[in-house]
Design a protein around this ligand. Structure first.
Ligand code: ADP
Ligand code: ADP
Length: 218
């Protein structure tokens, strides 16, 4: 579960997040929807303690990220798909992450299979398309088999087949009881992927409702 309460972040005079409060429950995909610049990435960065809030709180399963017993195994995050070292292979990138988190090689093979990167796992990341990088980022997020997933625009750059694949995988991961929180600026995509929607604009909460309710009203 993710609990955000009165979360606010100022960058100088710019208000990126403005008194946001919402809860994300496990067991279903929750879409974090809003136009570019709405404050989605900032909120996710605050959740992961990559930045400090001006005020308010952001908790994951009752604790700030840094107070979780094993943060990297508790929360799988995909923030910037292009974060892998371009000169390394996908396999080596994942192996490095696994080793520093006491995760075995078998799990590396498993996540490569889960995201469908078997055929390119030994190739350098430099040549990867954005869609392949998104798959690799998701593989990294899944390494520790975490109960909570925080994914910033994971569908960006995927082709239509990739989008459908990602949607099915995220729904399956949520059905297993995980908390799956993903951002997007694409309403149509979120309407078919997420069961619940948290919609923001200019850092403020606009709506917090089931997708079925949203569709019935629009
Ligand atoms: P760091 O040097 O610590 O990595 P950043 O890369 O986050 O810092 O930011 C570098 C500069 O760019 C800062 O002045 C910051 O305010 C600005 N900046 C970073 N991201 C954004 C953004 N999304 N919109 C506007 N300005 C930004
Ligand atoms: P979204 O993810 O919804 O596109 P962001 O959280 O990236 O939105 O940005 C929200 C607002 O905060 C934007 O106006 C952006 O320019 C600003 N912003 C984000 N990060 C920084 C930063 N490091 N420095 C200054 N402004 C930032």
């Amino acid at each position: 579960m993710i609990e955000v309460a009165q979360l606010t972040k100022h960058y100088g005079r710019r208000v990126a997040v403005d008194g946001l409060s919402f809860t994300v429950h496990p067991g279903r995909v929750t879409g974090f929807l809003g136009p570019n610049g709405a404050g989605k990435s900032t909120t996710m960065r605050l959740l992961l303690e990559l930045d400090r809030p001006t005020s308010g709180s952001a908790l994951i399963d009752g604790r700030p990220y840094g107070r979780l017993v094993e943060p990297l195994r508790h929360v799988g995050a995909l923030l910037d798909a292009k974060s892998a070292h371009p000169g390394r292979s996908a396999y080596d990138h994942l192996l490095g992450l696994a080793a520093s988190n006491r995760i075995g090689r078998r799990r590396v093979q498993e996540v490569i299979g889960l995201v469908g990167l078997e055929s390119v796992a030994r190739k350098r990341v430099r040549g990867f398309s954005l869609g392949m990088s998104q798959r690799l980022g998701l593989a990294a997020a899944l390494l520790g088999d975490p109960p909570v997933l925080i994914l910033d625009e994971p569908v960006n750059g995927l082709d239509p087949e990739g989008v459908k694949w990602m949607r099915d995988l995220l729904i399956r991961l949520a059905r297993e009881g995980r908390t799956v929180f993903l951002s997007s600026h694409l309403m149509n995509e979120m309407a078919v992927t997420a069961e619940h929607l948290i919609i923001i604009g200019q850092g403020r909460l606009l709506a917090d409702l089931s997708t079925a309710d949203f569709v019935a009203r629009h």
